[in-house]
Design a binder for this molecule. Structure first.
Ligand code: 6GU
Length: 277
């Protein structure tokens, strides 16, 4: 997978050379390039932002600088001949997916990570300050490019760099060959047919500072261990993320799942569980 990242702090992404992401780059599984947006400025101050039209606090990233940068990285023909042409006529098939982190966009979910892990080429554009001119995604979308905007959660960051590193970590670990043990992906939270938080994990010693791991885990009875973990996942999820329980498909729950959920105060009938009043 080819990954381009545009930012006013391209050095931030040196951390992608560490650990598993660094290994994947050395293996040739990933090619990550980070670019300084200021390279596409022409003024002495190398300014990338301006005051908001209509007034208000903060600064907004200018469309011209981003467009010069993105046109070059997307290998689009120059603006004048592009404008003279039908907007759909350029072949956008092999172009990267353009991704802009944006706190006012839909949440980035595991399903997005899964989908994007199949892409050949991703291009991330990091906004800073109060954001970027809304015409930037609009323009590239109209050219037929797959443009995505995502928030990573309900809190405010100073810029898109951290959000891009979060998305990249979620996406790249799903690329076949990235993980040593692909099975560890299947068992994790937010994946598979139903999205539950994971059961607790323990390692040796089985008793540590007077606290023992649940006895069933040392029993060697795999069916019992599986059931215990499943019940624990249901109970943890019910407590911390009841919204995830409400999204479960009742038709996919087995008898023991139903019993556990009912004991946790859920009504299990119809399409999705409902909380008993
Ligand atoms: Cl994607 N960007 C910024 N600046 N803040 C955020 C965010 C993104 N997601 C949550 N907060």
């Amino acid at each position: 997978m080819d990954i381009d990242i545009v930012s006013v702090f391209p050095e931030y992404f040196q951390m992608l050379d560490l650990s598993l992401l660094g290994k994947a780059q050395n293996n040739g599984l990933l090619k990550i390039r980070s670019h300084n947006l200021r390279k596409w400025t022409h003024d002495v101050h190398q300014s990338v932002d301006d005051t908001p039209v209509g007034g208000g606090a903060g600064m907004v990233m200018k469309p011209e600088v981003w467009a010069e940068c993105l046109d070059e990285l997307l290998n689009l023909q120059d603006t004048q001949s592009a404008q003279a042409q039908d907007t759909q006529s350029q072949n956008t098939q092999n172009l990267p997916i353009l991704i802009f982190p944006n706190p006012s966009a839909p949440l980035f979910m595991q399903k997005d990570a899964t989908e994007l892990s199949h892409a050949n080429h991703l291009l991330f554009g990091c906004g800073r300050y109060e954001g970027y001119d809304a015409r930037i995604p609009e323009y590239y979308r109209a050219k037929g490019i797959d443009v995505r905007e995502y928030s990573i959660g309900d809190y405010v960051l100073n810029g898109g760099e951290v959000a891009v590193s979060v998305m990249l970590e979620a996406i790249t670990r799903l690329i076949p060959g990235f993980m040593g043990n692909p099975e560890s992906i299947v068992e994790e939270s937010y994946t598979g047919a139903d999205a539950l938080l994971e059961h607790h994990q323990y390692t040796r010693p089985t008793t540590w500072r007077g606290i023992s791991v649940p006895e069933v885990l040392t029993s060697g009875n795999h069916a019992k261990v599986d059931r215990f973990r499943r019940d624990e996942a249901l109970s943890i999820t019910s407590e911390i993320r009841p919204d995830l329980i409400k999204q479960l498909d009742c038709h996919k729950l087995d008898k023991a799942d139903r019993k556990t959920l009912m004991a946790l105060g859920w009504e299990v009938s119809g399409d999705h569980p409902r909380k008993n009043l």
